[in-house]
Design a protein around this ligand. Sequence first.
Ligand code: CP
Ligand code: NVA
Length: 326
Amino acid sequence: MAGNLKGRSFLKLLDFTPGEIGDLLSLSATLKANKRAGVSGRALAGKNVALIFEKASTRTRCAFVTACVDEGAHPEYLGKGDIQFGKKETVADTARVLGRMFDGIQFRGFSQQVVETLAQYSGVPVWNGLTDDWHPTQVLADLMTMQEEFGSLKGLSLAYVGDGRNNMANELMVGCAKMGMHVRIVAPKALFPKAELVETVRGIAAQTGGQVTVTDDVAVGVAGAHALYTDVWASMGEEAKIPERIAMLKPYKITREMMAATGRDDTIFLHCLPAFHNHDTDLARQFPDICEVEDEVFEGPRSRVFDEAENRVHTIKAVMVATLGR
Ligand code: CP
Ligand code: NVA
């Protein structure tokens, strides 16, 4: 089970085969069942794990911390401003220092190049907890949630509706195509994913029996979808773009009508969270039209968003155990 991943970094799903992703999902399911049964592991006993965060996080930070503690590791949170990283010291130097002290490093931040440099220089497994380009631990949890709901992934259709060029859209395209799914990106043309990435993903789908559709037509994009997925309209670091994104993405808000337009009664709603679905947050009070999903869908019977959030811990634990564990 995922034994071949020892010592590997987890930087983006593009680096992993469908078999390796399948193994990580199986290990996640085992670890989830163990946790539910009250069985705690010792797979990471004696390990020290550094958690570097340049951007805010609830789920990713808490999942790494609880997964470490569940398996006997010590997590050390290194927030923005806590270390010299990139300001007074190069990323490569910090990587070599942390690699002498820690057994694994999580990085969340802006640049994919930074997490790649950490992996190149630290000499220990590095896990990407989100960059501007990719969010691989999130998509592992999304795949797990769909597998739990539908039994298997091959042949399922997922329509991601919203900002088609952010980290979630990129990673979902790759992850779903690798698992033989039909992934659709439904977005205004100005927010279509990069053509080069779409080509890469089409190449993957050709190998796995998957399919890729990129469209600005909601009706075409959601027809027959097993899962409708959305994310915030402006990602971390893009706050200045909020008014422009509201104008572009309002027609792409997930509504009950859009759920019905799939033509399936078993379609589930997924969101990586955090989500704007009502007006009970500071930003939503400032921008009343920021709302990528109607409250009735978010809170409705087909929403699986909190299962998905819980699955972050099981999948992150699987990644750490597979790459670092005994
Ligand atoms: N989904 C996700 O990554 O959430 P956080 O930003 O809270 O970690
Ligand atoms: N696209 C979002 C994902 C948050 C988990 C962001 O980068 O802010």
